[in-house]
Design a protein around this ligand. Structure first.
Ligand code: OAK
Length: 794
């Protein structure tokens, strides 16, 4: 009821992603409506059950208010004959997204619930989440992630909440009440069935819903086949329907032009909008009120077809006139762009759209016609500009530019960091910005401290609560700045170092189990975990490691005594078809193979590739990290949220001035991190100059080592080396290399002085408050959605 009286925000987030094994502080409220279905125990109404239960050291989090549940839960389980740790380990991640974009959505859902906002999230319930990465002889192989094999106890199947989603067919003209209308006669119908994943807020009784759609066969269009005796085909076609929600596309940047992908997008959008409109119509009968009650956030360009769908529903089904419908659409939609690269902006070939969604294509043409008419009034005959701003891209393959569709309609266009907004304004959407500057905003991303400190690092959570004298920071993270006062306190230093050591111990055990590499706890744990992409420059990291190795090999014993020992940890998945990224993974392995057994090196350098990087792995790795690396070429990372998780956990950051790292430096002070590399405004000139190998002799030497087969696989790595060759080094590894090595040397020097390092680490955590998703969500609520918290009355 409460949801219906106040305005509500719906996040449209295809490939959303859920969370992780235990989902966003995934706690189930056990009421008589929501029961644990796995039969592992039942607690009383009002109590909360959390899957943080898998932590191995419950006593670490004595100050954590949920810890009392831990023991009760473990007791209840043991009475049933189960060990909770064993049980919890059975649960894999719900890897329903590719990386940063999806995980951000999970953090935002946690904040929406905790801050009592009336909100729902929508996504797809893929049968197969992101592939599992296995490494065979150093090469990545992909295996299916059938995460639903043993059921999913956290979801509630709503068999009675289902909607037909239509595809294909034709559009015909009909006369209705004397008016000519266009009517879509679809040829295929698939049923979307809702699966609800309740997301409880922390320290509030509010729980919000993440509704994921699964595709099921619909009976509607099969009857003919049955009656004509084509029984086998009818059954086969029924099964085909389910393929729509079968699998997540594993390439996070370019999947343009795939029919299944478009069907997934529309399936998810159509079901979600039917659901939203159905609930609106339960209480209201006038669409004028729609924008007062509903705000829709489009999460990147993938769900932009929602705009055409709203127009279709309002015009074709609700019989509103075009301009009224457009006025409503423009008031309800806002969009967040999460990328910089043009290839990440979704484009759909017109032929494909016309075949799968013929009426939507007509609607998009109509929207574009109106847009062009409006633009012509302002721009006159600037046809270059008009064609850049058109929703239709001309060319060999004529396409719909989904981003332009969103820009034409949405009242707000958000970037995800200040620097990202600059890039959107000056490069990606320059023409639109010049026309509608008021639409453009940024909301620097954030992550939830409840998962990334409270759940992942209970020892740190206890320390923070103890020193601040309150747990209030878990809901009001600004309070964490209070730690600054104690940044030099020797007692806090002792507790902090101990916490880090225990976390490093856990990580070291994990590394040894997985890779058989033994690492020293005295070494600096240096980590780069994220999707493998050329722009994220894992190759720069490996070339830096080769340089370190080369230096150690050429040192005499007395010099070696001054070397700061390092464990270099890299993890991440490469898209299955992304050859360069796969070669980078192989290079990590061959370098590790050589370095790790070299007696001249010993514990001074170890190299580890952690396979199958996912959210659970991140929860283990981040708390045990001393130094984390964020190496994207300036101007290429829209925001980056990994760095925020490391920051919260007191890892020092070695980073370029890219994405949100720029704002992190402002919060904690540049002196407390290791910044390096070209600035965003220097990048074009450097590319022009083409400085690469000549720019740094050291760079030339390490690339040559790989080229000459020092680590084997000479032919295999040739093309990888070519990508950083003079004149081809688009991501500027060569020109940033010297500066990168200097930053690494500065990190070594800082690590030697452990008191100084600990102080910097405390100041990092203390300065992380701004990077909470609570702040981001409050900004969205106020500036984009116009919603207010709505406390649960019972
Ligand atoms: C993936 C596909 C298309 C467009 C964007 C993405 C994506 O993952 N973007 C990432 O979003 C994160 C959340 O905003 C940002 O922190 C990352 O910088 C960005 O790459």
């Amino acid at each position: 009821m409460m949801q219906l009286v106040c305005k509500k925000i719906f996040l449209i987030m295809l490939n959303l992603l859920l969370l992780d094994q235990d989902s966003i502080l995934m706690i189930l409220k056990l009421t008589r409506h929501w029961r644990i279905v796995s039969g592992i125990g039942l607690l009383n109404d009002g109590m909360i059950l959390t899957s943080i239960l898998r932590r191995k050291t419950p006593s670490d989090c004595t100050s954590f208010r949920l810890s009392f549940l831990w023991d009760q839960y473990a007791d209840a389980l043991s009475q049933l004959g189960f060990d909770y740790e064993v049980l919890a380990e059975q649960e894999g991640d719900a890897a329903l997204g590719n990386g940063g974009l999806a995980r951000l959505a999970a953090c935002q859902m946690d904040s929406l619930a905790t801050l009592d906002y009336p909100a729902w999230g929508y996504g797809l319930r893929y049968q197969y989440g992101l592939f599992r990465q296995i490494i065979v002889d150093g090469f990545q192989h992909e295996q299916p992630d059938f995460w639903l094999n043993f059921g999913n106890p956290w979801e509630i199947e709503r068999v009675h909440v289902s909607y037909p989603v239509k595809f294909y067919g034709t559009v015909e003209e009909e006369v209705l009440n004397g008016k000519t209308c266009r009517v879509w006669i679809p040829a295929e119908s698939v049923e979307a069935v809702a699966y609800d994943n309740p997301i409880p807020g922390y320290g509030t009784r509010n729980a919000i819903n993440l509704r994921l759609w699964a595709a099921k066969p619909s009976d509607q269009y099969d009857m003919e086949s049955y009656t004509t005796g084509d029984y086998i085909n009818a059954i086969v076609n029924r099964q085909k329907a389910e393929t729509i929600s079968n699998v997540l596309y594993p390439d996070d940047r370019s999947y343009q032009g795939k029919e299944l992908r478009l069907k997934q997008q529309y399936f998810f959008v159509s079901a979600s909008l039917q659901d939203i409109i159905r609930r609106f119509k339960d209480l209201h009968n006038n669409f004028d009120e729609f924008p007062e009650k509903v705000a829709l956030q489009i999460n990147d360009t993938h769900p932009s077809i929602a705009i055409a769908e709203v127009m279709r529903v309002l015009v074709d089904e609700e019989h509103l006139d075009w301009s009224k419908a457009w006025g409503i659409a423009c008031k309800i939609f806002s969009v967040t762009i999460h990328a910089v690269q043009p290839e990440a902006l979704e484009k759909v070939p017109i032929d494909l759209l016309g075949s799968v969604l013929p009426r939507h294509l007509e609607i998009i043409y109509e929207i574009n016609y109106c847009l062009m008419e409006e633009l012509k009034k302002i721009l006159g005959q600037d046809y270059d500009k008009l064609s850049r701003m058109s929703i239709i891209e001309e060319g060999a393959v004529k396409c719909i530019r989904m981003a332009n569709l969103s820009l034409a309609c949405c009242h707000t266009v958000n970037g995800v960091s200040r620097l990202h907004l600059e890039t959107l304004k000056t490069r990606v959407f320059k023409d639109f910005y010049e026309l509608w500057p008021q639409k453009f905003q940024f909301k620097t991303n954030g992550v939830t401290q409840r998962r990334w400190i409270v759940v992942s690092n209970p020892s740190l959570c206890s320390i923070i609560s103890k020193w601040l004298g309150t747990e209030a920071w878990i809901r009001n993270v600004d309070l964490i700045a209070g730690l600054r006062e104690y940044a030099e306190d020797p007692d806090l230093h002792a507790e902090w170092k101990n916490m880090k050591k225990v976390n490093k111990m856990r990580l070291a055990e994990y590394i040894e189990t997985l890779t058989s590499v033994k690492v020293s706890l005295d070494a600096m744990f240096d980590v780069q975990i994220k999707r493998i992409h050329e722009y994220k420059r894992q190759l720069l990291n490996i070339l830096g490691i080769i340089h370190r190795y080369d230096c150690i090999k050429n040192m005499d014993e007395s010099d070696k005594r001054r070397v700061v020992p390092r464990v270099c940890i890299i993890g991440g998945k490469a898209a299955p078809g992304y050859e360069v990224a796969k070669k980078i993974i192989k290079l990590c392995h061959v370098v590790a193979d050589k370095v790790n057994i070299d007696p001249d090196v010993g514990d001074l350098l170890k190299v580890v590739f952690i396979p199958d990087y996912n959210v659970s792995v991140a929860e283990l790795v981040i708390p045990g990290t001393d130094l984390s690396q964020h190496l994207s070429t300036a101007g290429h990372e829209a925001s980056g949220t990994g760095c925020m998780k490391f920051l919260m956990n007191g890892s020092l950051l070695l980073a370029t001035a890219d994405g949100s790292a720029v704002e992190i430096a402002e919060e904690i002070g540049a002196a407390n991190m290791f910044l390096f590399g070209a600035k965003v405004d220097e990048v074009p000139a450097l590319r022009e100059k083409g400085t690469s190998l000549k720019g740094s002799l050291q760079f030339a030497r390490v690339v040559r080592m790989v080229r000459d087969g020092h680590f084997g696989f000479k032919d295999y790595f040739k093309s990888l080396c070519d990508t950083v060759e003079e004149g081809k080094d688009f991501y500027l590894l060569g020109s940033d290399f010297a500066s990168y090595l200097e930053a690494q040397a500065a990190a070594d020097r800082a690590f030697v002085d452990q008191e100084k390092w600990t102080q910097m680490s405390i100041l990092s955590t203390a300065g992380s408050g701004k990077f909470s998703s609570d702040r981001t969500i409050e900004e969205y609520a106020e500036q984009s959605w116009g919603i207010e918290p709505c406390k649960c009355p019972f």
